[in-house]
Design a protein around this ligand. Structure first.
Ligand code: COA
Length: 256
């Protein structure tokens, strides 16, 4: 299994190789891991895809981070250690906050960002934030009740909840704390890379209003709304996300 050693931590990544020049780096959201990106989004034609588990999540060792900037440091170190270039950074929720932070730093390896179910400010319901350190199961129930659109299959919601349950409560709490402090609403105009925003029309955690704000403030950004999908839109409707992602890669990023 592939790992990158960063200091004391071993960062696991799912890898789909390609001889082409396109590189996609998807970053999962709070309490998740690489499996929050369905296989169809991790196996793109003519594109090398590196899908890590953030530290403390999934198969990665180490601890969570309670600031988005600290997670951004990890992702930057991961990309640089692997020598990645021309990277399209795709982030969901917390991962989208990490992608925005890195876009503001504009490292040489970053070509574009895809912001999925996220926002420039991510205040978290105190019932979730406090609950994660109290009754973890009740807090996860609360998260999962809000995280899916009305058409999501119950089995999909159950499987996602089981995945979240495997992440240590302190790590998931760190993730939501990092989101809760995140606010770059007044800095979006400084983002200079091509940007695609994708939001579910039924997202209760990061509603379409958040996506529209990103589209309106990031220069040249475009937005796609996925009808009926909730916050976990990559799991709920991977085909729709794949369609928007592929069109964006073809039109705005390097040809395969
Ligand atoms: N993009 C655009 N607008 C945003 C925004 C974003 N990322 N984040 C907040 N806003 C807007 C809100 O819509 C609100 O506008 P309004 O005054 O016109 O209604 C205003 O900014 C302030 O909102 P917020 O920062 O959320 O503070 P609040 O005190 O009104 O509400 C919560 C705080 C926690 C109750 C609220 O954010 C909430 O219900 N969150 C639950 C969703 C959640 O937990 N998401 C997890 C994200 S990872």
């Amino acid at each position: 299994m592939p790992f990158v050693e960063l200091g004391e931590e071993r960062i696991y990544y799912d890898h789909s190789p390609s001889s082409g020049r396109r590189v996609l780096l998807p970053i999962h959201g709070s309490g998740g891991d690489h499996r929050c990106w369905p296989e169809v989004l991790r196996r793109l034609p003519a594109t090398a895809v590196f899908t890590p588990d953030l530290p403390g999540h999934g198969r990665s060792t180490g601890s969570g981070r309670s600031r988005v900037a600290d997670y951004a440091d990890v992702v930057a170190a991961f990309a640089e250690r692997l020598g990645l270039q021309n990277v399209v950074l795709m982030g969901h929720s917390l991962g989208g906050a990490i992608a925005q932070s890195l876009a503001l730093r504009s490292p040489a390896w970053l070509a574009a960002i895809v912001l999925v179910g996220t926002g420039a400010r991510l205040r978290v319901d105190p019932a979730i934030l406090d609950g994660l350190l109290g009754d973890y199961d009740a807090a996860l129930d609360l998260v999962c009740e809000s995280a899916f659109g009305p058409q999501a299959a119950p089995a999909l919601v159950r499987a996602h909840r089981q995945g979240l349950r495997q992440t240590p409560p302190a790590v998931t709490h760190d993730d939501f704390s990092a989101c809760n402090q995140f606010d770059i609403m007044d800095r979006l105009g400084d983002i200079r890379v091509p940007t695609l925003v994708v939001t579910g029309s039924a997202d209760n955690l990061t509603p379409p209003k958040y996506g529209a704000f990103l589209r309106d403030r990031i220069p040249g950004a475009q937005m796609a709304l996925i009808a009926g999908a909730g916050h976990m839109l990559a799991l709920e409707n991977p085909a729709a996300l794949l369609g928007h992602l592929s069109a964006f890669l073809d039109a705005r990023v390097t040809p395969p």
